[in-house]
Design a protein around this ligand. Sequence first.
Ligand SMILES: Nc1ncnc2c1ncn2[C@@H]1O[C@H](COP(=O)(O)OP(=O)(O)OP(=O)(O)O)[C@@H](O)[C@H]1O
Ligand SMILES: [Mg+2]
Length: 336
Amino acid sequence: MSIIQIKNLAKSYRVYQKKEGLREAFRGLFRREYKTVEAVKNVNLTVERGEFVAFLGPNGAGKTTTLKLLSGVIYPTSGVATVMGFTPWERSLEYRRRFALVMGQKNQLWWDLPAQESFRLNQKIYRLETEQFEATLDRLTSLLDVKRLLGRPVRELSLGERMKMELIAALLHDPEVLFLDEPTIGLDVIAQHKIQQFLKQYQEERGITILLTSHYMKDVAALCKRVVVIAEGSVQYDGSLAGIVDVFSKDKIVTLELEEGQSDAGLERFGTIETRNLPKVALRCERNRVSQILTQILNEYTIADVAVEDPPLEEVIAKLYTQVSRDQNTNNEGQS
Ligand SMILES: Nc1ncnc2c1ncn2[C@@H]1O[C@H](COP(=O)(O)OP(=O)(O)OP(=O)(O)O)[C@@H](O)[C@H]1O
Ligand SMILES: [Mg+2]
């Protein structure tokens, strides 16, 4: 049985809609107008034990809402989900002891206390044996290199240090399933890299199942084989990271290094010039014409070197996000 099973999951919120203008505001005092926000429309997803899945999507796509549902923080409007056989929003104690949620945007540690105090509290909450607790804490703090910071109030820690503490707090009870909501948000590249390395090593060692959201493609590329893209509340893509490029980009970037004395005149016939930094010229070409174009170029020009690459992942993802929301908007217009 799959460790995470989500079927037709939906969550909508009724929100008070404030109207413009004084008259409308006055009217609103007596008759409130609400509208429904469909945070998650229809999510279907299964995840196998030991997978490290990236859960991507533009702002407002429904990622955090899905993770909150899977953590039992909120109830769905409709649909079903099980994690390790538990229905998250039934909030059984047994389930709580077997998963963890880390939110990069939200502090779960006591702000004024040293992290170690929060950790001890977790020990009590999860009823962890002292010996095992100490051993796990020791292992995690040395892996993340924060031992010397354990006694410092959390509010004095840097963002990166705090994030490490948040991770430790979440992992002390040895969860089998981990939900990570933007764990590297706001971190500098070095701190980001450290968290990535830690997660990678930890996941490989423990074989736990992780669902990760991030807006940094570096996180995804470093950690996840499988990528699920959600937009407008439902799943738009489920496959490999490389597959996204295949599905959503029709371009290749052909970089040519011209032989000395060779002019680049006329290259624009083959595609759009991305960069021109002689003797190097990068051309954006249609993917299915690349071999034909290369043959022609090699015939007409003297070329020292050539490289064919996919466009940058960030660009492909950005295109995918805008494309999805454009499609959705036209669909919605069609309906109303
Ligand atoms: N408590 C709430 N009340 C009303 N609307 C909400 C609530 N929580 C989320 N929403 C709305 O639901 C949609 C999905 O929000 P969600 O936080 O899940 O997006 P997200 O994919 O995590 O985005 P981001 O990448 O910005 O974190 C948004 O339009 C948001 O405004
Ligand atoms: Mg979010």
